[in-house]
Structures are given as C-alpha cells and as structure tokens.
Ligand binder design. Structure first.
Ligand SMILES: O=P(O)(O)OC[C@H]1O[C@H](OP(=O)(O)OP(=O)(O)O)[C@H](O)[C@@H]1O
Ligand SMILES: O=c1cc[nH]c(=O)[nH]1
Ligand SMILES: [Mg+2]
Length: 209
C-alpha cells in the first residue's frame, strides 16, 4: 500500500486554514469540498485513457484521448464523508454513489454500522471511499470489509487527515490499497482524536458542535 501525502501548496494552504480553532461551519465545509476535489485529482491520475477519433472544428477527424470508461463508485462514510462528496462528484460526475453509515462508539472507539446502500456491480467498479478523518482506522477497515464482501476488488481511500495508527490498521488489513491525504499527523490523543488534526470533522461540517 502507498500513502500519498499531497504536498501541493493549495492543498497545504487549505488544510492549514481548516486547523484554525474558531473556523466557521461555512468555511470548514467549503474547504473540505475544495480539498476533496484536489485530492480526487491526485487519486485519479492512473485512470486509463483510450484514443478516439472525433470530428474536429476544421472538418478533419482528429484523435483525442478520452477516459476508457472505468466504472467508479464513490463511497462517502456518513456523516462526515458527505462533506467531501460534492468535491469528488464535480470531477467524476457519472460515478455511482454507495453510502455507508458508521459512527465511532465514544467509549470503545469501535465503529458501529447503521446504514448501507451500495451501487450495483461492485465487482466491476473502482470504489473511492471518502471520509475526512482516518483516526484509529476502525471505521475505514469496516467500510472496506463491506465493499470486499460484496465483490469489490479495486478500492482507494481519500481522507483529509490521517493518523499513523489508522494508516497502519488499514495497511495491515489491505496491503494493496492506496491512501490519498492532505496530511499525515502526529498521533491520536487519549480520546482517539487526531493531533493536531481538525477536531470532530462531522460536527464541524454539520454545525452540531
Ligand atoms: O478511524 P476511526 O477511529 O474509526 O475514526 C474516524 C471516524 O470518526 C469520525 O466519524 P464519527 O464517528 O464522528 O461520525 P460522524 O461522521 O457522524 O460525526 C470520522 O468521520 C470517521 O468516520
Ligand atoms: O480526530 C478525529 C477522530 C475521529 N473523528 C473525528 O472527527 N476527528
Ligand atoms: Mg463525528
């Protein structure tokens, strides 16, 4: 598995703004969407192209490079993953969307699933799982397990911030998966929050803090 920690100046700037303690819901939400878009650009660099002849403006046939039409499903993890969804669909507008709902139990830090609705034909699709936070990794591994159980063979992960502990947990369970992130942070605190992190991303996106 590779971890792609994107160093692009726009990515680092936007991530820096999101870390500000007093950030408004509006700004946090906007930045989450913008970062999701930039990370999607990075995560789709290996999509295959094929040459097709089209009618050009001059009346001549011209060869152009178009996407080969790999089927994609985007998988937002409720709630916080919804804050990234528009950014991803801006770049992959024809993708099917599979939604999973899991929350992290505050005491045990283990994921509790409460919703799942998947696109058809997962065995033929690349799944891009989106969630702002990869903390202990429990939620992400549970989501990848659900996809794998339904036949999905090609999965990628986009998170805004990842903790080393979460990366290791995903890596141990899914050695081949690629993770795209704006930041690999230092550690988890005693409550399982990423430090320096972003705080509770779901609460900040939905304004429920
Ligand atoms: O890596 P983990 O330790 O499993 O933690 C990460 C999960 O925790 C947060 O969700 P939360 O449980 O707060 O739910 P929410 O999106 O509804 O706020 C976050 O959005 C991830 O889904
Ligand atoms: O730092 C963290 C960890 C889990 N969930 C969050 O929203 N933030
Ligand atoms: Mg939350």
């Amino acid at each position: 598995m590779s971890v792609h920690a994107i160093q692009h100046p726009l990515v680092q700037h936007k991530l820096g703004l999101m870390r500000e303690a007093g950030i408004s819901t509006k700004s946090f939400r906007e930045l989450a969407g913008e970062l999701a878009k930039l990370l999607t650009y990075e995560a789709t660099q290996d999509l295959e192209l094929q040459t097709q002849d089209i009618d050009g403006w001059s009346g001549e046939k011209i060869p152009v490079q178009l996407l080969k039409g790999k089927k994609v499903t985007i998988v937002p993890i409720l709630r916080a993953g919804l804050g990234m969804l528009d950014g991803v669909t801006d770049l992959i507008p024809s993708a099917r969307i599979s939604v999973v709902g899991l929350y992290r139990d505050e005491e045990t830090l283990e994921p509790v699933p409460y919703f799942a609705k998947f696109a058809k034909g997962l065995d033929e699709r690349m799944a891009i799982v989106i969630d702002p936070m990869l903390a202990t990794g429990g939620t992400m591994v549970a989501t990848l397990d659900m996809l794998r159980e339904r036949g999905c063979k090609h999965m990628k992960v986009i998170v805004l911030v990842a903790a080393p502990e979460g990366i290791k947990r995903v890596q141990d369970a899914y050695p081949d998966i690629e993770i795209y992130t704006a930041g690999v942070d230092e550690r988890l605190d005693e409550n399982g929050y990423i430090v320096p992190g972003l705080g509770d991303a779901g609460d900040k996106i939905f304004g429920t803090r």
